[in-house]
Design a protein around this ligand. Structure first.
Ligand code: ZN
Length: 444
């Protein structure tokens, strides 16, 4: 098994099924290369080479143009790939004459010679060679979704009022139902969010009716939520415990759900809306799908952590915390693999004092405001790509002073813009840069 480091950027996949039709068996070849898949996301890039049998590999780099040459011992197969954009790292893949005639040589022409790694990974459907390039500047925690192109301008937050209908949740000593408290807070929070330009809240339930916990993340996905917050109130069999706490999914549950997901093709394509063509084109390719899903999952998990910490910071200002740090739990409502998900216990309904507070509208407003401010701070720093907030953040052009070893390619990647765009704004006719040259980096 192998581990893929999580990409923190939305994936735009370009995938090519190269020689799917080519199964000419050469008597000398021990291994047949079934296909070469290129993915050129916004950060990092990789090629997956599907083999019928594991093979010995050697590789080296060449400059002018930048190339990574991969020799696969005793193998036969072809590749022919041409990138559509100059901003893609892997620009071209082609065969070239190997030193030994039984081998296959692939030449990867790359926009930049980044650090790379060649490993053999074995999935259910057989071995792959994975050529993986490092991201020059790992982008920080942005939401990973496959739907950037047609996404909403607003950051969408799914607010999930815990319990409802036949499920009252916990009941306070004075007879307060958790389900009413959670809905009241969710509605206040929704109002606050909707008053903010560029943010929108959707509720999983708007009244007093039952929805199963596992249904709730599905609803959030349906609404294309960027984040899910489930609101609850805690309870204990003694009256003393009090205070709020914030929860995210625990690792074991997350992994169990992930394994379950890998067994379920229809859920996978639903989850990978934007990347679903990948699955369609390579039905047997569990390895590739797994890689993409794994990156999505890790991205969502990290975002859950970040967002939780912002919310905790703000909750601390308005209430005592039952747990000072982020907590982990195995809860169905937190099992969306692609949507960062957080559960907030706003206080103990079993504590008479807190029950009283929670019944007080002003106090509920205070809690809703604290959660809102936490969210606002989080999304100011990590606005999902394609939203109004991400564009506002990018409004101001920045000055970049070229350092030694920097290229237009590196700079374009770092600022998430294109080489063409930088050239146009700076009236550059060539791709070469000089040290200390000042560039205006256009944004948005
Ligand atoms: Zn609850």
């Amino acid at each position: 098994m192998f581990k893929i480091q999580a990409f923190m950027k939305p994936l735009l996949l370009s995938l090519l099924l190269l020689n799917g039709a080519l199964f000419s068996f050469d008597t000398y070849a021990e291994t047949t290369i079934q296909r070469v898949q290129i993915s050129n996301p916004d950060s990092g890039a990789q090629a997956m080479i599907k083999l019928t049998k594991a093979a010995k590999v050697s590789h080296f780099t060449l400059k002018n143009p930048n190339r990574v040459v991969v020799d696969i011992r005793d193998a036969k197969g072809t590749a022919d790939y041409q990138a559509k954009s100059a901003d893609d790292l892997i620009q071209r893949v082609r065969n070239s004459k190997p030193k030994t005639s039984n081998d296959t040589r692939f030449v990867f022409e790359v926009a930049e010679l980044l650090d790379y790694e060649v490993t053999t990974v074995t999935h259910k459907d057989g071995p792959y060679l994975l050529l993986k390039f490092d991201d020059p500047q790992p982008q920080s925690l942005t939401m990973i979704t496959g739907r950037q192109s047609q996404r909403d301008d607003d950051i969408i937050i799914a607010l999930d009022a815990g319990h409802g209908g036949r499920d009252p949740g916990s009941i306070g000593p004075k007879g307060t139902y958790e389900k009413h408290i959670t809905l009241a807070i969710a509605k206040k929070l929704q109002k606050r969010i909707n008053a903010e330009k560029g943010m929108r809240a959707v509720l999983t339930r708007e009244g007093d009716y039952y929805i199963s916990p596992s249904q709730r993340p599905l609803m959030a996905r349906e609404k294309k939520a960027d984040l899910l917050i489930s609101i609850h109130a805690d309870a204990f069999h003694t009256p003393q415990p009090r205070g709020a706490s914030v929860w995210t999914i625990n690792e074991r549950r997350s992994n169990t759900e992930f394994a379950r997901l890998l067994e379920n093709k229809s859920r996978q394509s639903e989850l990978l809306s934007g990347a679903s063509t990948v699955i369609a084109q390579s039905d047997d390719d569990l390895g590739f799908v797994r890689t993409i899903l794994d990156m999505t999952k890790e991205g969502a998990r990290k975002s859950s952590y970040e967002a939780s910490d912002y919310i905790i910071k703000e909750l601390k200002k308005v209430t005592q915390m039952h747990k000072k740090d982020r907590q982990y739990a195995s809860l169905a409502v937190l099992t969306a693999q692609d949507i960062p998900s957080i559960l907030v216990e706003v206080g103990f309904i079993s504590n008479p004092m807190e029950e009283k507070n929670l019944n007080w509208s002003k106090y509920r407003q205070r809690l809703a405001d604290a959660i809102f401010i936490g969210l606002e701070k989080y999304f100011k720093i990590y606005p999902p790509n394609g939203t109004l907030w991400s564009r506002l953040e990018q409004k101001t052009d920045i000055q970049h002073v070229v350092k030694s070893g920097e290229s237009l390619f590196k700079i374009a990647r770092r600022y998430d813009t294109s080489i063409e765009h930088i050239k146009r704004v700076n009236n550059l006719t060539e791709n070469s840069l000089t040290v200390n040259q000042k560039l205006v980096i256009p944004r948005g």
